[in-house]
Design a protein around this ligand. Structure first.
Ligand code: MG
Ligand code: MG
Length: 272
């Protein structure tokens, strides 16, 4: 069952989303060679609590930490550990926070120092595919329209679209209807309506789309060991159109990246 949100609830969800956005922005300055994912996890937990929110992943389905930290060939759901990041790595950081009983949930894949041009392209294409998908998240379109758009864009670039893990509705619980696959067929699946809020989150592999589950029961890696990227935004349908509630502006400010990629999906420009 799809649980739509009122305008007031969407504003509350924007608050939850922005706490996650600011957490990722704080982490952007801390991701560097030598730092461990466990250190970053502690920083994020403190930051979220200092902002009057609760870490959204900690304890959810018994997940042990605040962040899912997935380096290199890990796709998603990596558990923070004591291994230092090294120059040329990438690390996907997925973060959740609860404020006013609503979840924020989004993700960004960071380069650690300088990465190869092949890896840079994987990050750029995956992030671009997110907006290609968001553009299709509008009233009267269907789940398959978003999935088709992301899949086409990604496969045209020569990459693999993960099938087993998908985006999702978001609200007072972390995973609501509908499931939002990053693959699909135009015009198929549930219809989008005013007031829906979803997390759209392409997970893109440089090589095969196939994945495997690690023994720890959480970590998902690519089957061929090649790198994988993950970008996620929280998006509502307002006046029939997609409105991004989260933002990468804090991250991009920290990283010195200038882009207006989100502005078309925001009713008022967000100045950071
Ligand atoms: Mg997420
Ligand atoms: Mg999600």
């Amino acid at each position: 069952m799809i649980i739509t949100k009122t305008r007031e609830e969407i504003e509350l969800m924007r608050e939850s989303a922005l706490i996650v956005s600011k957490t990722l922005g704080m982490l952007a300055s801390e991701v560097k060679p030598g730092v461990t994912s466990l250190q970053l996890d502690k920083l994020a937990e403190e930051f979220i609590r200092d902002h009057g929110a609760i870490p959204g992943f900690l304890g959810l389905y018994d997940f042990p930490n605040t962040l899912c930290m997935s380096p290199n060939e890990q796709v998603v759901h990596g558990i923070p550990n004591n291994t230092p990041l090294k120059e040329g790595d990438i690390i996907s950081i997925d973060c959740g926070a609860i404020k006013n009983d609503f979840y924020g949930d989004h993700a960004y894949t960071f380069p650690v120092g300088e990465v190869s041009s092949e890896v840079r392209r994987l990050l750029d294409v995956t992030r671009a595919s997110l907006y290609v998908g968001i553009a299709e998240f509008k009233a009267n379109n269907r789940v398959g329209d978003v999935g088709y758009a992301i899949q086409k864009f990604t496969e045209d670039a020569g990459y693999g679209v993960v099938r087993e893990l998908v985006g999702h509705g978001l609200g007072r619980t972390m995973h609501e209807d509908p499931e939002m696959p990053n693959y699909g067929r135009r015009g198929k699946g549930k219809k989008f309506i005013e007031g829906m809020v979803v997390a759209i989150e392409p997970m893109t592999n440089m090589g095969t789309h196939r994945i495997k589950q690690h023994r720890d029961g959480w970590t998902i890696t690519t089957k061929d060991g090649k790198p994988s990227a993950h970008f996620e935004h929280d998006v509502a349908i307002v006046d029939g159109k997609p409105e991004i509630l989260s933002t990468f502006k804090y991250v991009h400010k920290a990283l010195g990246i200038e882009t207006d990629e989100e502005d078309a999906f925001r009713q008022e420009l967000l100045v950071v």
